[in-house]
Design a protein around this ligand. Structure first.
Ligand SMILES: O=C(O)c1cc(=O)[nH]c(=O)n1[C@@H]1O[C@H](COP(=O)(O)O)[C@@H](O)[C@H]1O
Length: 244
């Protein structure tokens, strides 16, 4: 990431809530601080597409995280519909393969209104909650997590997508293989002392930027904090101090 970029533009707050009321309670104190939010399945399924317009009207950028994963024709149609909602970033599962991802990109392009910017399209590699033994034994995918993530990143690039979701720990290898411009969006962010919860491949916000992540996705560390504004400010200050 370029040193000149405002890191607040690169820190996406995951709004994992199920009602508009909870979203309002969370973002109102954070207004003027946060710039980018993520709407995942919990919120999108509960509140529908209107939630995207609501957040856009607040001046926030929106990552609509619906992790599309289906046959190519269905993924294409899903993306054509999603393109009309006004999100800035959308995603698919890279495990759907090159044909599915290429079809998703085509659908997204078809659905984007003339003159409007196409949302950034990224592929989820290996979920950050997945550890080595789950990947090797349950999913029966051999090899190291790093090698599988880089392989999925290369499939994603081949399909013409803009980048991937991965853990920050894999970013240096992804950038080396797929190029510096290939976008990396990284959940699995835990400030020192934060509860790890269900995440496996984690690191701190400052380390994630140091490793070259373009965007950090941070959910519960902020949204479950006693004082989300103070937590946000502390993360920003820690990252800025680390980058000097
Ligand atoms: O696509 C995602 O955003 C995603 C991919 C992944 O591999 N891991 C992952 O945690 N996420 C999302 O990132 C957010 C992380 O939330 P916290 O663990 O609360 O910070 C959640 O909303 C997840 O749905």
């Amino acid at each position: 990431m370029q040193q000149t970029v405002d890191i607040r533009e690169r820190m996406i707050v995951a709004l994992d809530f199920s009602t508009l009321e909870e979203v309002k309670q969370c973002i109102e104190p954070l207004e003027g601080h946060i710039r980018y939010v993520k709407v995942g399945m919990e919120l999108a399924y509960a509140e529908g597409p209107a939630i995207v317009s609501y957040l856009k009207e607040k001046g926030l950028k929106v990552f609509l995280d619906l992790k599309v994963h289906d046959i190519p024709n269905t993924a294409k149609g899903a993306m054509r519909s999603l393109a009309r909602l006004g999100a800035d970033m959308v995603n698919v599962h890279a495990a759907g393969g090159i044909a599915m991802m290429a079809a998703a990109r085509e659908g997204l392009e078809q659905g984007t209104a003339a003159g409007a910017a196409r949302p950034i399209l990224i592929g989820v590699t290996m979920l950050t909650s997945t550890g080595l033994s789950t990947m090797n034994q349950e999913l029966m995918i051999p090899g190291s997590v790093e090698d599988v993530v880089v392989h999925y990143a290369m499939l994603t690039k081949q399909a013409g997508l803009d980048g991937v979701v991965a853990s920050p720990l894999e970013v240096p290898m992804i950038k080396k293989a797929a190029g510096y411009e290939f976008v990396t969006v990284t959940p699995g962010i835990r400030p020192i002392g934060a509860d790890q919860g269900d995440q496996t491949r984690i690191t701190t916000p400052e380390e994630a930027f140091r490793l070259g992540s373009d965007y950090l996705v941070i959910g519960r560390a902020i949204t479950n904090a006693k004082d989300p504004v103070a937590t946000w400010q502390s993360i920003v200050q820690t990252v800025e101090a680390d980058r000097k």
